[in-house]
Design a protein around this ligand. Sequence first.
Ligand code: 8YV
Length: 312
Amino acid sequence: MTINILLTQPVPAPIDARLRDSYTVHRLYEAVDQDTFLDQVGHSIRGVVTGGAKGLSNTLMNRLPALEVIAISGIGTDAVDLAHAARRGIQVTTTPGVLTDDVADMGMGLLIMALRDLGTGDRIVREGQWGTVIQPLARKVTGIELGIVGLGRVGHAIARRAQAFDMKVSYTDLHEQPQSGYRFVPDLIELARRSDVLMLAASADQGRAIITSEVLEALGAQGYLINVARGKLVDEPALIAALSNGTIAGAGLDVFADEPRVPDALRSMDNVVLQPHRASATEQTRLAMGEIVLANLEACFAGSPLPTAVAC
Ligand code: 8YV
């Protein structure tokens, strides 16, 4: 009997084809009326494939009584209630390792774009204003003090890249990692105070905003915030206020509190660089993530240990 899988968002075409080879695929994102759709297929779904940011709400999980596995194409588990899944005996998997480099690359890209004001330069050339509009001098990138919030896989990859730019790297995390060789600053406000750029690479499993108005004040008028982690880590109204009144100099954001909605205030500011949550969105990485999703599904339905299960 065929196994029914629910997709909450599209996956790359080759992965989609492989899913269709092995399973009956149902697409929540194409359903016009999701409620009726779930009434029809919900009872038969044994596996869900979803994204890190999208996850799976408890309301949705509860509509899937036969669910055995939630395969997250991503590393964030903050949008799945792991305790609820565990109580139901549902296994949860992620795709660790393969998106690390892309996320770090995006972090560095946002940093350079924000400090060097590449967006304005691009616009001046495109709009034929070279020679008429004088663009203010930008901020030097090489040699800055970089504060990394969360020294996990992504944080380490950012730090490695930062060293090639002669940046002085400090970090905060729940615990010191003496073997890393980077300066540990336990207090986030202190880290912000000594950083030119604060880069968020932490998990958001605790679901609370750690970048508060106090942290932004400590970062200061010459400071920048870069976020490639989760929007919910930032008090977004406080960030908007800090950007508009000069409390900090600028920001580079790939993630937001209520995606895909981005506050108008952020969209209208010249000192902010915005991306639509695309840190891992390269063909190579999304295919690698898809392979891990496929391997987890296969193991689950073969009754084998799952390659990258999350401890619930
Ligand atoms: C993924 C993410 O690209 O890994 C995560 O948790 O948020 C993203 O970087 C996303 O899950 C893809 O759907």
